[in-house]
Design a protein around this ligand. Structure first.
Ligand code: COA
Length: 166
C-alpha cells in the first residue's frame, strides 16, 4: 500500500491546519470533545503560535493535508514526564492506508525525543476505529469517565488511555 508523506507542521501551515481541523470537528461532532465554535474564531496568528510550540504532525496526499495529530507536553515541574496526544483526524479518503498509525508513531517518537515517560489520550467510548488504532499502537485503557462530554442530544462517556514509554 502507498505510504503518504508525513512531516511536522509549522507556523506556515496554520491556514491549512486550521481549515482541516475544523473540517474534522464538523464531520465528526461525536468523536471530538472540541466544538467547531470553540476554535472557528481563532486568528491565524494564534494557530501559528500553537504550531510553533506544540508538536503537530500532518500527512499529505495529492489534495494537501490528509491527516493530522498533535502532542502537547504538560507544563509544570511535576507533570513534565507526561504528554497528551490530541486531535487525531484522518480524512475518509486516506483511512485504512496506515496514515493514522504512522501519525501516532511519529508523535510517540517525538514524545521519546522530549524524554516524555507516558502519553495520555481520551476518546469517545464508542469510537471503535480510534480505539483499535490506539490499542494497536500500544495504548491501554485505564479508566472511563461517565458523561465526560455534553451535547444537545445527550452525554457521552470517554475512555482514558495511556501508553508508557519507560
Ligand atoms: C480514528 C481515525 C484517525 C483512524 O484512522 P483509520 O485510517 O481509520 O485507521 P486504521 O485504518 O488504522 O483503522 C483503525 C481500526 O479501526 C477498524 N475500523 C475501521 N472502521 C471501523 C468500524 N466502523 N467499526 C469498527 N472498527 C473499524 C479498522 O479495521 C482498524 O482495526 P485493525 O487495527 O484491527 O485493522 C479515523 O477513523 C478518523 O479520523 N475518524 C474520525 C475522527 C476521530 O474519530 N478521531 C479520533 C478522536 S479520539
Amino acid at each position: 500500500m502507498r505510504r503518504l508523506p508525513l512531516r511536522r507542521l509549522g507556523p506556515a501551515d496554520a491556514a491549512a491546519f486550521h481549515a482541516f481541523r475544523l473540517e474534522g470537528f464538523a464531520r465528526h461532532p461525536r468523536q471530538f470533545r472540541v466544538a467547531v465554535e470553540d476554535e472557528s474564531g481563532l486568528t491565524l496568528d494564534a494557530v501559528a503560535a500553537r504550531l510553533a510550540s506544540e508538536h503537530v504532525v500532518g500527512g499529505f496526499d495529492g489534495d494537501g493535508l490528509a491527516g493530522i495529530g498533535g502532542l502537547s507536553r504538560y507544563p509544570g515541574a511535576k507533570l513534565r514526564h507526561k504528554a497528551l496526544l490530541w486531535g487525531m483526524y484522518v480524512r475518509e479518503s486516506a483511512r485504512g492506508t496506515g496514515l493514522a498509525g504512522a501519525i501516532v508513531e511519529a508523535l510517540l517518537a517525538a514524545a521519546r525525543e522530549q524524554r516524555v515517560e507516558q502519553v495520555l489520550l481520551t476518546l469517545a467510548a464508542d469510537n471503535l476505529p480510534a480505539r483499535r488504532l490506539y490499542e494497536r499502537c500500544g495504548f491501554e485503557r485505564y479508566a472511563i469517565e461517565p458523561r465526560a462530554v455534553k451535547m444537545l442530544d445527550g452525554y457521552f462517556d470517554e475512555l482514558l488511555m495511556i501508553r508508557r514509554l519507560t
